[in-house]
Design a protein around this ligand. Sequence first.
Ligand SMILES: Cc1cc2nc3c(=O)[nH]c(=O)nc-3n(C[C@H](O)[C@H](O)[C@H](O)COP(=O)(O)O)c2cc1C
Length: 313
Amino acid sequence: MSMTLAPMEGVVDVYMRDILTKIGGFDLCVSEFVRVSNSVLPVAVYHKYCPELKTGGRTPAGVPVHVQLMGGEPQILAENAEVVGSLGPLGVDLNFGCPAKTVNRRDAGASLLRFPHRLHDIVSAVRKAVPAEIPVSAKMRLGFEDKILYLENALAIEEAGAVKLTVHARTKLEGYRAPAHWEYLAPIREALTIPVVANGEIWTPEDYLACKEVSGCTDFMIGRGAIARPSLALEIAQLDAEKFPWSEILALLVQYNTLLGGMDGSLRRAGRLKQWIKLLGRTYEPCSDLFISIRRFQDPAEIMAVVKSISTG
Ligand SMILES: Cc1cc2nc3c(=O)[nH]c(=O)nc-3n(C[C@H](O)[C@H](O)[C@H](O)COP(=O)(O)O)c2cc1C
């Protein structure tokens, strides 16, 4: 069994990866996507999205972090992958799932799921551009507007040399709405020889068991569930682990705010805190009220003052 922390742009940054991998239960992380358009990005960009590249490609807890690229052009993606490859990553992942309008309009992310041959060409070009010992993997949704091409897409990705495929079990059109269609994962797993990682709508240990049962997968990725319930991966890995109490969550928020001190821009830092508090509200009652009272704040100090007032009663 393996558990991966999902890439989440604007949420799962180097600090969140540090905090969650220290809690435990994760075997792998994937960076926020690095958008590749029509130029070769400087090394500084890759170090910004994945500062772990400077420390052997692992979080302080020792969990590997793979670098995720997103784009639509095989050649320029390959040139960028070559740069990433020279920075000693422990893996490169390709994003074929992003539903954002701006991204899809510019022909990247989930819009590529309409063209299996393009997925193939991208994976193949990136595979050739990085040293053989660096694994190249991909992450896809079940389709763009419908699921007709889901198997064809998965097979194209495998055929092009990916060592692993993560499937977010929804189409682009289905966005992030429940349910995730775990029943589509079993046929993909049966058709492919590479590991298929199940992703989508795992919020509790019970959801994990249900996903495992329906999909038959042994590898999993959790995103929003891990942010909303920071002990989730640990609870899944260790049967005797329990959901963190609210006091522990408050301590984590304080820790995250301290780490965020390394990020430029107080508005950005405030945004990250708000994103986490909002998602925590899905599993921790006090956070729903907390989010309502801080949602207009633009200063991390203001947000933390409210958080701390709750911790002291
Ligand atoms: C705010 C947000 C940002 C995301 N950013 C990325 C990303 O950078 N790369 C990617 O492949 N998927 C991204 N995703 C998709 C997640 O990795 C994951 O596939 C999705 O949230 C479903 O899993 P979950 O139900 O466990 O959250 C993002 C999702 C959210 C909600």
